[in-house]
Design a protein around this ligand. Sequence first.
Ligand SMILES: Cc1ncc(C[n+]2csc(CCOP(=O)(O)OP(=O)(O)O)c2C)c(N)n1
Ligand SMILES: [Mg+2]
Length: 412
Amino acid sequence: MARKKKEGSGLNIPDAPFRPGEEAIFETWSWKPGDLERPDPTKCTAEDTVPHAQGLVRVLGDNDKASGAWNPKLNADELREGLEHMVRLRIFDDRMMKMQRTGKLSFYMRSFGEECVAIAQTMALETQDWIFPSYRQPGAQFVRGRDMVSMICHCLGNVEDNIKGRQMPVHYSYRDGRFISISSPVGTQFSQAVGVAMASQYKKLDEVTITWIGDGASAEGDYHYALNFASIFKAPVILNVVNNQWAISTHANFATASGEFATRGLPYGLASIRVDGNDFLALYAVTKWARERAASGSGATHIEVLTYRAGAHSSSDDPSRYRSSDEHTKWPGGDPIERLRDHLIEIGEWSAKRQSGLEDRIDSEVMSAYKEAVKYGDLANGPYPEADTIFTEVYEEMPWHLKEQFDEVMEG
Ligand SMILES: Cc1ncc(C[n+]2csc(CCOP(=O)(O)OP(=O)(O)O)c2C)c(N)n1
Ligand SMILES: [Mg+2]
């Protein structure tokens, strides 16, 4: 988070705090669980949240205990459910990366280090709530019960891909889970989410919308349009900026000059909170708070989810070219899975043996889903969706110019 200026240019060109070959030394966080009050979400003003935007909501302390006003007091089954989804996502991601490296799919993006984000936040929602994700929140689908075979078929672009190869891998659509199709142009989901939230409010439906944008994408205009509309219309929306420090090879210092993201919601009149994004309990609690606020008609909440992208941006990226190799092991927020696991052990509801049993069980679950999915085809070997699916399901009646192209493809 420290800002460093590159020498030798009159123009202020920011730099990353650590580059390859340098040791990563993050300042230790002074924020502790219990520092911040939990205001009434239905009554508090944006101004009341200044300490929350400038501070950091944490529940899990360095001693693995949960404390403070934000402790959501989840029971052990709920905590274990969260842990299981996070372990599932990590193992799933690793399997998919292996498949990408062996040519079975073209491209992949892991959520490594950020598994907590979509999982804790989706668990804090109601099933009727709308999800407008970016590509690093696939974990929401596990919470909403999506079948893993169907997720893999999408990534493979095979004949069972529910979107028939029309999108890149990891660009899931999951209608039953109200999980809206991911768009490649980053940031577009932010204003779409606000629009849907406005519609829900207009129709007086008990629905809240949640959306996420990256630190890098928050430098796009879409982000500001969304905040403006959300605040003017008091839309029931939860606007998350996932500050994972990096936008491919561009450090977050290029996306905001202040080094802060949460506070950017305050001038828009939005309740704004920064939360430890690797702390399952804190993320759950803040999202519940924001949902309650939205559902009560008190408006949107702007949340900075402070985390670290532990892996490469995607299967096409090599972070050793632009950042220090030990950065993710030094992140003050630690690892989200280890933190929740250690908390469960601390309260006597888990053990190292149960953890390895869980990992083995999920490993075979992922393996059998993978074996099932490749039966329907993969990138290297096909079969692929029929060529005519390029043209179908967009227009009710195909326009003449597409009809011409369609005929050409079919003849060819
Ligand atoms: C409008 C647009 N510009 C550029 C890109 C290329 N691109 C894809 S992901 C990405 C980085 C986004 O970083 P961030 O918003 O921080 O999200 P993260 O990958 O860290 O989750 C860029 C520049 C794109 N997909 N869309
Ligand atoms: Mg980022």
